[in-house]
Design a protein around this ligand. Structure first.
Ligand SMILES: [Zn+2]
Length: 456
């Protein structure tokens, strides 16, 4: 009976997908909704691909999932992933549906699931992934995710004991997941840019999780990423099995050391969180059985998706769109740090808020106060243009950080905000956007490019 219900749900979901596609829409969510309505046990009952990889974490999981999917595709594997859909239960169910033919037989070699860390309790026990890749646990929307320790407890409780974990040795919270499971760690050795004391507002995990003593960091990269040890007990950060020992930005390579052997890989992008993303992908590919040489070839073929960071230059002004997730202060902090430390005179346009994600409710706006607007006081940041429904919140925060008021402009209308940029004053314009404002930021960029073209 259960099997019959599963097959009916599968066929109904496939028909739903077909109908949605006929309408020219993205069928990445609703087929899963239909399947789960008919067969609530769908995730449990459906057969799984020979290799199931789930990727979760606060930041980087979309990039890592996409790069992994691209690498498997480049190797000629049949792979499906929920890259265009949601990462909660219906999206993951749709991905599972896409891995099956209409008779319920698996038709792919690999399934890659990007899994929302909070929803993982409803997904991981049923998918029983071979590998769970965790990028990091950071402070995120307080309203949805509470504290990283809460997210830790969800994943730690619901990840199956049979799953092998691929973990970030440099991140103290997620590195402690599932201590009795098979696990490997990746990390980046001390870099010349590392520091000893945090300069970020958000620095979770300053105390030892075992005895509560103040931790000492051998080196600290940002927030609580780094290598810590406890003066009061034997607690210390994990040692990485796959360790980046050298980053050569000039020649665009980095060296990964594993079991005493050095491997040199092309560097996709030398922004630190992109190195982490790339390292996570390489570690996973090596773990699933590819040789060093095969991974080197595959890495040559994969690219960081354009929607995360891209540049255009017109009339001597470089325009860069950069992802800066609202509600997740860490993502915005990383982008603020990167943008404000770029050379030259800069205008920063902020089109980041929670309105699009929370049309029927209100997001807790405290995340704006967790973002290091202090970075915007750095030399060379000539203008901050706050746009959108939260523009005045951003302005207050920038003022509190010490940004002079004459450098701040506000426009509740994002497109009109572009007119406030003083293009004669700057040689770099950064448009910071959220997951929900990417298309809007493209229109903003187009408008700015047209202004720059006309000023030639
Ligand atoms: Zn301790």
């Amino acid at each position: 009976m259960a099997k019959l219900r599963f097959l009916i749900a599968l066929v109904a979901a496939k028909l739903t997908k077909f109908a949605i596609k006929l309408l020219g829409r993205n069928a990445s969510h609703n087929p899963g909704v239909i399947a789960l309505k008919i067969c609530p046990d769908f995730l449990k009952l459906a057969p799984k691909a020979p290799l199931v990889i789930c990727v979760t974490g606060t930041n980087g999981k979309t990039t890592v999932s996409n790069l992994l999917t691209d690498a498997f595709t480049a190797d000629g594997k049949k792979v499906v992933s929920n890259r265009t859909g949601s990462n909660i239960v219906p999206g993951c169910t749709t991905n599972l549906i896409n891995s099956l033919n209409v008779f319920g037989k698996v038709k792919v070699d690999v399934t890659v699931y990007e899994v929302d860390e909070r929803a993982s309790r409803l997904i991981l026990p049923f998918l029983k992934p071979d590998y769970l890749v965790v990028t990091n646990f950071f402070r995120d929307s307080l309203k949805r995710n509470a504290h990283p320790d809460y997210i830790f407890s969800v994943v730690d409780t619901y990840c199956p004991d049979t799953t092998k974990l691929i973990l970030n040795a440099d991140e103290l919270c997620s590195a402690r997941l599932k201590e009795n499971n098979e696990r490997v760690f990746y990390g980046i050795a001390e870099m010349s840019t590392d520091i000893k004391e945090s300069i970020n507002i958000v620095a979770d995990y300053s105390l030892c999780p075992k005895c509560g003593t103040q931790l000492k960091y051998d080196y600290l990269r940002y927030h609580h990423i780094g290598h810590a040890r406890c003066p009061g007990c034997d607690f210390e950060s994990k040692n990485a099995d796959y360790l980046v020992t050298k980053v050569d930005s000039e020649n665009k390579t980095f060296t990964l050391t594993h079991n005493g052997k050095d491997m040199v890989f092309p560097l996709i992008n030398d922004i630190i969180f992109n190195i982490y993303n790339q390292l996570t992908v390489i570690t996973t590919l090596l773990q699933v059985g590819y040789t060093d040489e095969q991974v080197q070839e595959l890495v040559e073929k994969i690219h960081v998706p354009d929607s995360r960071l891209n540049h255009t230059e017109v009339n001597g002004v470089k325009v860069t769109q950069a992802m800066s997730k609202g509600q997740s202060c860490i993502s915005s902090c990383r982008t603020f740090d990167f943008v404000s430390s770029q050379p030259g005179k800069k205008a920063v346009v902020i089109a980041v808020d929670d309105y699009y994600d929370r049309k029927k409710s209100i997001e807790f706006s405290g995340w704006i106060y967790d973002v290091d607007f202090e970075f915007m006081t750095r030399e060379g940041v000539e203008q901050i243009i706050c746009t959108g429904p939260r523009c005045y919140d951003h302005k207050v925060r920038a003022l509190l950080a010490g940004v002079p008021e004459e450098k701040i402009a506000c426009s509740p209308d994002e497109m009109a905000g572009i007119d406030l940029i003083n293009v004669d004053l700057v040689d770099n314009v950064f448009i910071l956007y959220d997951t929900s404002t990417y298309n809007l930021s493209c229109r903003m960029k187009d408008k700015l490019l047209a202004i720059l073209e006309a000023s030639k």
